[in-house]
Design a protein around this ligand. Structure first.
Ligand code: GLA
Length: 747
């Protein structure tokens, strides 16, 4: 990996074995973008890539020059007001009311490794040889602002991390109206844009469209990244697919309001912007202050979507997630939510935990309803004190009883929220977001605490710390069950109200940081009504997240598949729930529910006391299976094979880094009578090695066949179901919502 500056041509070239990122100092001192793509040779001069043109109707900067127009030059961090009519990366409102900026190159520095971003989640390095960072300093001398653009290239993979910071060295304050994390000007628009959209209980479904002239964008204005859109998009060349072709992934490490936008301008180029949503945002930058944007990650692959995702997985699993649990397999848990909802007693919980223990489950999680007057969603949030009627021996009593059974104890909290019917709200009615003189909106009968105010974050930190100290708690599910809308903070002035959304999320990050530092061995799982805050920002604090409140195995195929484009398998909370399922009322075989949930962190979310002994014995087989293979699943290389979006069959697989073993999941939504011959082309195996292949039928390994890796990848694994009704092995009938699981081991 290298970062080179060619003084004569004023060109910077960041490259490693996979990728090149090239930019130059333009004649006017702004930074121009020349190339981002497959690695090319370094050379002294790439400035021929700066295409100047005398175009009618363009605006030009220099007298007697009708070629240099920022309107058609590809740039790194464009401003508004000097001839570029596209959307800018930065807008500064100055005291004279203008929004014209002129950031001119001042100097650069190259450093080994990667600096941390103050107060924000970001990727990191563990040794200096893992990455190199280029910081380009630009200055606007008119108002004494300094802009620093940071670029980190990692030694491995096509990954560039970017962020920007703006410092005010002037006497007067200014208002930042826009400060994006990333701008990428591409030379054409021959791309398909992939986004992951949805709603509560159907998160992150893949949608693809061709880039067109004009603006296409996704965003969130909800105060969290949202169910509706995810701060991750992909651009791919139209012929590219899972296994070949050019792909660029753009991911924002941020959990608040975001914007991801593509603008195709009239000469066919594409501008990608990604960062904090400018809607509702402004930031008063006083003299001597600095504003740091969140980090955005660019991942380029010349080898298709799977390769891009695998780079994201590795980066986010090992250099974004942190702490004790980062490299550890995750405990198999049971969560009581779908077993009891709000209706439980301590006795019921103990019964559940006893059954869980017999099934080999390792962690019992007590969900919502254990505190204050919380017997429904109408009361109690904010009062983080155990309900003594429900838990007569307190949390410690319950936790000890559960631990004595031989399993760990975990707890649900929702620290950012408060019900009107709570002691906290009665004591501090002014702690919620509400606009003066207006009636505040509630969501699920709850209000959002003003986490932009330090004393409120401090109060919640004290309460949750006391809780975690009061009992043996090994795991926290941190929920967040409503969006923010009518935000206004009494903690800051009227002219600063545009800061509230960002300050809120900084408060959330601060609380996460303090709690994870104080309780380093507690496993944190993020959650927001399922997957409404499943984003890269959260992964920095919580290495796993509950991906959806929809626990139906078939719906989960789409959610897990969609999520896998940008996030690692080890981060996906995935549980076996009851049949009929509580959200879709669909009946699915127990094996299919497990075969889907295995490809995540794995756990259960159903009333074990209602299962027969026969069913419980099957759960024991499942937990044994997961314990044996979770290292492979959670830390192996994941391949998407067949997509659930628009298809009847879904398939995926994981292969360990040494290609010694692999696990393949195959799922068919509806049964097929007298179906076609089918083969599943596997990926990532060692071509010249012989693998034993066995199918797990209801948890038991079937007869072994042996094949070379190249057979399995080129001829495929035969999955034909010609008889429809009975599989060839004669042991099992096919059905709707069927699934198969194959294990491969190098001989
Ligand atoms: C959210 C979560 C669920 C559950 C409930 C409890 O919806 O996503 O898993 O914890 O809250 O109220």
């Amino acid at each position: 990996m290298s970062i080179v500056y060619h003084e004569a041509s004023k060109v910077f070239h960041l490259y490693n074995k996979t990728v090149s990122y090239i930019m130059m100092i333009l004649p006017n001192g702004h930074m121009g973008q020349l190339y981002f793509g497959k690695k090319i040779h370094d050379r002294e001069d790439f400035s021929y890539l700066l295409e100047l043109a005398p175009r009618d109707m363009a605006s030009y900067l220099y007298d007697n020059d009708r070629t240099f127009s920022l309107g058609h030059i590809k740039q790194e961090y464009p401003v508004y007001g000097s001839g570029d009519y596209r959307h800018p990366a930065v807008v500064v409102l100055q005291n004279d009311g203008s929004i014209y900026s002129d950031f001119v190159f001042s100097k650069y520095r190259i450093s080994a490794g990667k600096p941390r971003l103050p107060g924000l989640p970001a990727t990191y390095t563990e040794s200096d040889d893992e990455a190199e960072t280029l910081t380009i300093e630009l200055r606007d001398t008119h108002d004494n602002l300094e802009l620093n653009l940071m670029y980190t290239i990692f030694a491995n993979g096509g990954i560039i991390a970017r962020s920007a910071s703006i410092s005010n060295y002037g006497h007067d304050s200014v208002q930042l109206k826009t400060a994006m994390s990333l701008c990428l000007d591409l030379p054409d628009h021959d791309y398909e844009w992939m986004q992951f959209s949805g709603a509560w209980a159907r998160e992150r479904a893949l949608h693809i469209r061709r880039l067109e002239y004009g603006i296409q964008a996704i965003d969130s204005m909800r105060g969290h990244s949202s169910h509706e859109q995810n701060p991750f998009i992909i651009l791919k060349r139209p012929p590219a697919d899972e296994f070949q072709g050019e792909v660029i992934g753009c991911s924002l490490i941020y959990s608040g309001n975001f914007l991801a936008q593509a603008e195709v301008e009239s000469h066919g180029t594409t501008r990608i912007l990604m960062g904090i949503n400018p809607f509702g945002f402004s930031w008063k930058l006083n003299s001597g202050e600095q504003f740091q944007t969140p980090e955005a990650i660019l991942v380029y692959s010349p080898n298709g979507l799977n390769d891009m995702s695998q780079m994201m997985h590795r980066l986010y699993r090992s250099r974004l997630a942190r702490g004790y649990w980062r490299d550890r397999v995750r405990p198999i848990l049971i969560n009581n939510w779908e077993a009891t909802y709000f209706d439980f007693t301590e006795e019921k919980l103990i019964q559940l935990a006893q059954k869980a223990c017999k099934c080999g489950i390792e962690l019992f999680v007590l969900d919502d309803g254990w505190f204050g007057k919380r017997t429904s969603s109408k009361a109690g949030l904010g009062d983080w004190i155990p309900n003594s009627e429900r838990l007569p021996d307190g949390l410690k009593g319950l936790a000890d009883k559960i631990e004595n059974l031989g399993i760990k104890f975990g707890l649900w909290i929702e620290p950012e929220m408060v019900n009107a019917d709570s002691d906290l709200f009665r004591a501090h009615p002014d702690w919620i977001y509400k606009v003066p003189g207006r009636k505040p909106c509630h969501g699920r009968y709850q209000y959002v605490l003003d986490f932009s105010r330090q004393e409120i974050v401090d109060h919640i930190f004290e309460k949750i710390s006391l809780l975690l100290e009061s009992a043996n708690i090994s795991y926290i599910k941190w929920d967040m069950n409503r969006s923010l809308t009518d935000v206004w903070s009494s903690g800051i002035s009227a002219e600063q109200q545009g800061e509230v959304f960002h300050r809120y999320i900084l408060g959330v990050y601060q609380l996460y940081e303090r709690l994870t530092t104080r309780f380093p061995k507690v496993l944190f799982e993020s959650c927001a009504s399922g997957g409404a805050r499943f984003d890269a920002g959260m992964l920095y604090y919580a290495p796993q997240g509950w991906i959806s409140d929809d626990t139906d195995a078939i719906q989960r195929l789409s959610i897990q598949y969609g999520t896998s484009y940008g996030y690692p398998i080890s981060s996906m909370g995935s549980h076996v729930s009851a049949s009929p399922n509580h959200q879709l009322h669909r009946q699915t075989p127990l094996w299919t529910r497990a075969n889907t949930a295995y490809f995540g962190t794995f756990g259960y979310e159903l009333d074990l006391t209602r299962l027969s002994d026969n069913e419980l014995s099957k759960l024991k087989i499942q937990t044994d299976f997961m314990k044996k293979y979770r290292q492979l699943i959670q830390f192996g290389r994941f391949y998407r094979l067949l997509s659930p979006f628009g298809n009847n069959v879904t398939a995926w697989m994981v292969v360990d880094e040494n290609r010694n073993e692999a696990l393949v999941g195959w799922y068919r939504t509806l049964n097929v009578v007298n179906g076609p011959f089918t083969r599943l082309h596997l990926q990532g195996l060692d071509e010249s090695c012989f693998y034993d292949v066995m199918e797990f039928v209801e948890g038991s390994p079937s007869a072994v066949t042996s094949h070379y890796g190249d057979e399995l990848m080129n001829l495929g694994l035969i999955t034909s179901d010609a008889s429809s009704g009975q599989y060839a092995d004669g042991r099992r009938e096919s059905c709707d919502f069927d699934s198969r699981l194959f294990y491969l081991k190098k001989k």
